[in-house]
Design a protein around this ligand. Sequence first.
Ligand code: NOJ
Ligand code: CA
Length: 686
Amino acid sequence: MRALLILLFWVSFVTEANEVTVKSPNKQLSLTFTDTNNIAQYRIDFEGKPVLGEGKLGFTFAEAAPMYRDFTVKEVSRNSVDNTWAQPWGEQTLIRDHHNELLVQFVSETDSQNTFLVRARVFDDGVGFRYEVPSQDKRVITRELTEFNFVDSHKATAYWIPAHGRERYEYLYRTTPLQEVYKAHTPFTVKYDNGVHVAIHEAALVDYAGMSLDKQELGRFSAALAPRHDGSLVHKNGPFTTPWRTVTIGDKATDLVNSYIALNLNEPNKLGDVSWIEPGKYVGIWWGMHIDDFTWGSGDKHGATTENTLRYMDFAAEHGFDGVLVEGWNIGWDGDWIANSELFSFTQSYPDFDLEKVTQYGKEKGVKLIGHHETSGGITNYEAQMEEGFALYQKVGVSQIKTGYVAHGQNLKVRDDNNLMRYEFTDSQRVVNHFIHNVKTAAKYQLSINTHESVKDTGLRRTYPNWISRESARGQEYNSGWAAPNPPEHIPMLAFTRMLAGPMDFTPGIFNFDYIRKNDGGVEWGKSNVMRPQTTIAKQLAQYVVLYSPIQMATDLPKNYEAKPDAFQFIKDVPTDWSESIALQGEVGDFIVMARKARAHKGYSADDWFVGAITDENAIDLTIPLDFLDKDKKYEAQIYVDGKDAHWETNPYALTIEHKKVTTTDTLSLHLAASGGAAVRFKALP
Ligand code: NOJ
Ligand code: CA
C-alpha cells in the first residue's frame, strides 16, 4: 500500500511537468520549455533528435528572491514572422528573417510575484531566446543560470578559446573533445561525429555582461557573465531584457557560416540616414611599427610624420585606396604607453605631424585620413575627451576611426565617482556600455568605428551600422614577430568560430615574409617557431574574400606591393561590400571556400563574383562547381593560386596567375599548397 502511494505520488509528480514547444518554419528544429522537477528548463531537438538536453533557466540576485527552484511554465503568446530586410552594407544585401516566436512565463509556486518571461525565436538554422524580467526593483545579478547541455557530449569535438584571460579574445583556437572544455568564449563551435554542427553565441549584447561558457559537468555548460570590478555581474534598475542566447545548428560546417540569426535578433538601424558610412580599403602607417621599422612614439623612427603620411597618400591615390590609417600621431605614446593610458591626448598631435596639412592633401588626392584613438584601456580618460576628439576629426574630414584598448582583459581602467581607479573586464557591463556609447557618440559626428581589443561582436552593426568592424581575435599583427605567429590552421579556424560573430579587421595582405624578427621569447608558440606569417602569398590574397569586413587593409609596406604588382592587382580589384555571400565548402580548422558577389560601390561591378579558398597545414585539391555564377553570363576567371611547389615554410611566394573563360556550368579545380590558398575574380564579360 505504502509503495503504491509512493508510486502514485511519483507518477503525478512526473506527469505534472508542463511543456510548451515551438518549431522552426521547416519543423526540423524545436525548442521546448519545461518545468521538469519544478525547475525552469529548456531543450532543443534537431531533425528529430535532442541536441541540447534539458538545461536550466533563471537567475540568482544579491538581494531579491532567486529565480531558481519551484517555477512552473505557461504559454503567453505566439507569433510567426517572414520578413526580408536590407543591410546598408554587408556580406549580403537582403537578409530573410523567417521564424516562429513563443513567449512563455515562469512563475514561482511560492510567490506569484516572482516571475520571468522567456522569448524564443526559432529559425530553420537556429534558435535565439532571451529573458524579459518585469521586476520594478533594483537588481544585482549574481548568477545567470542558463545552461547549454550537450547531448552525447562524448561524440563531439569543440573549437574554442579560453574566456576571462588576460589576452581577451586573442588566443589560438583549441581543438579538443567537448568534454575537455573548461571555460570558453563564444562563438563556441561544436562538431558531432554524425556531422551536426552547433555554435553557441549571443545577440544584441547591450547593457549587460558578455556571456562565456563554464563547464559544470560533462557536456553541461552554464553562462558565465564577465564580472564587474566589484565582483557582481550585472546591475539593473526596473524591468530588463537580456541579450539573446543563440544556438545555430546545421548538418555541416558551412551551415553555421551561412546563417544570419544573430543579425535577425538585433534591432533595426537606429541611426536613420547612414549613407555617410563608407566601406572601403585602406593602407597605413602601421605594419612598419609592428615589424620595428617605425615607432609609435616620437624620435628618429617616428612613423606618423607629415612626410610619411603624404607618401602613403600618394601611394593610396595611385592604387585606388580610400584611406590611410596613421597610428602614433597623437601625444601619449612616449614611455610605457600601455601603462600610461591617462597620458593619451585625442586632440594634440606630435609636432612632426600636421593634421591640417595631411587631411588637406588627402582631399586633393581623394584619399581620407583614417583616425586612430588608442586608449590602452583608459576608459575614463577617453570618455572625457571623446567628443573633442571626434569633433576635431570630423572638422578635418576624417570619416572612420580605429580605436584600441590595449590592456590586459581584466584591466580596463574606469574611475568611479570618488575618482578611485576600478579595473573592468573587456566584456563587463560597464565596458560593454562604453563601446556602445563610443559608437553612438561617433554617429553624431558621422564617424564610423573599427574597434580593436573590442568586446566580441553580437550583431550590433545592424542597429549601429557605423560600428563598421572590429578585431576581437588574433589578427595579422601576431605574425609580425612580437609574438608566436598564427599557425596555418588559424584562418580556417576563424572562419567557423570568430567570423560567425561578424566582420573582422584582420588586416590581410602581407607580401614580404623575409623580415623575420628575433624571437622575443616567453610567448605561447604556434605549431612552428618561424616568426612570420605561416602562409603562402596566395593565401594572403584569399583572406580578402574569406574574412569578411566592409573595410579591409592592404597591410604591407608600399614598397612590398610595388615589388609584386601582379599579385597586388587582386587586392586592387577586390571589393569590400557584397550583395551575396555563400560558404561553399569547408571543415572547421581545415579549409574553407567562400563565394561572394560584389555590390555596386566605388566603381566595382555588381556582376562580378569572387572566390577565396584557404587551407591549413595540409595541401588540398578542391573541385568547385561554378553553379553559383549567374546563369546568363560569361566570365573571365582571374585565378591567383599557389604555384608549383608552393609551401608556406619553404616556398611561400610561388604564385600562378591564370585567366580563363568560364560559365556557370564549369567546374574549377584548384590545388592549394600547405597553408596555401586561391583568390579568384570572376569578371563578368560584356
Ligand atoms: C592593438 C591593435 O590591434 C593594433 O592594430 C595597434 O597597432 C595597436 N593596438 C596600437 O594601437
Ligand atoms: Ca590587437
